[in-house]
Design a protein around this ligand. Structure first.
Ligand code: FPP
Length: 255
């Protein structure tokens, strides 16, 4: 990190920084339609918002940023839009990977990979392999991701071990289920932000979000910027997280 960047970080960093922020990037289509633009233009501007978000997360000192970029249910969109979203992902990885790597960002992908085109799954693997030694921000890209599918797959894997006699039903604990999810090794999200005013999880990190705080922003994703992220973190810092207990705790693991 340069001196200049260091100074900026100190000036911007809020008092209480969530370790892991999940982002549901919603409203690209509505942003475009409101401007008489094709939906694709909303997604294209959405990638620019994503770049701003990653940069801001690094500067603020967030350790994990999980972005919901293509859900298992997004396959029901028109073929042209699916192909455009795939194209944007390819361009994002090809164009931004070197810079992410140079900035010490580790890329991890969560989602079902087998049904993706070989070119896409190869690119995702390349991004993970190139950056696996980095220890700055971890950018988790949820692509072809669905939390129910993730939980069902974990249950099936554990059930197979029970059936094989390697585990007993008593071994099926919260920890074991967590360790069989695609997010194994990643702390649960402290804060989940969703843009566009919609207030739902839409099959995103259902298990992991058990104690997350939610902030719903009344802006469309292409409008997202550092100020919006800082505003969400300020709101998070005001929350009283009790994790089922009674004593008031600081809003984050790092305050
Ligand atoms: C929601 O907007 C957004 C998506 C379904 C995809 C998000 C994708 C990007 C920001 C760009 C591609 C991602 C990467 C990683 C390059 P919407 O289309 O559901 O908007 P609407 O609800 O207003 O129709």
């Amino acid at each position: 990190m340069s001196m200049r960047e260091g100074a900026a970080t100190q000036a911007k960093a809020p008092a209480c920084v969530p370790v892991h922020v999940g982002v549901i990037m919603d409203g690209n289509g509505r942003w475009a339609t409101a401007r008489n633009l094709p939906r694709f233009e909303g997604h294209r501007r959405g990638v620019e918002a994503l770049r701003r978000c990653v940069r801001a997360a690094r500067e603020i000192g967030i350790r994990y940023l999980t972005i919901y970029s293509f859900s298992s249910e997004n396959w029901s969109r028109p073929a042209q839009e699916i192909s455009e979203l795939m194209g944007l992902l390819k361009r994002f990885v090809r164009h931004d990977l070197a810079e992410l790597h140079a900035n010490n960002v580790r890329v991890r992908i969560i989602g079902e990979r087998l049904s993706l085109a070989r070119e896409i799954s190869n690119l995702l693997e390349e991004a993970e392999n190139l950056t696996k030694g980095n220890n700055g921000l971890t950018l988790v890209i949820a692509f072809n991701y669905g939390a129910r599918q993730e939980i069902a797959a974990a249950a099936a894997r554990i059930a197979a071990q029970v059936a094989a006699g390697e585990l007993t039903p008593e071994d099926v604990t919260v920890e074991r289920i967590g360790a069989n999810l695609l997010t194994a090794g990643i702390p649960d999200p402290d804060l989940i932000v969703r843009t566009s005013g919609e207030q739902r999880l839409s099959n995103f990190l259902l298990w992991q979000a058990a104690y997350a705080e939610f902030v719903f922003l009344p802006i469309y994703w292409p409008e997202f910027d550092e100020a919006a992220l800082l505003g969400a973190i300020e709101e998070f810092a005001r929350r009283d997280r009790r994790f089922g207990g009674v004593t008031a705790r600081a809003g984050s693991a790092r305050s």
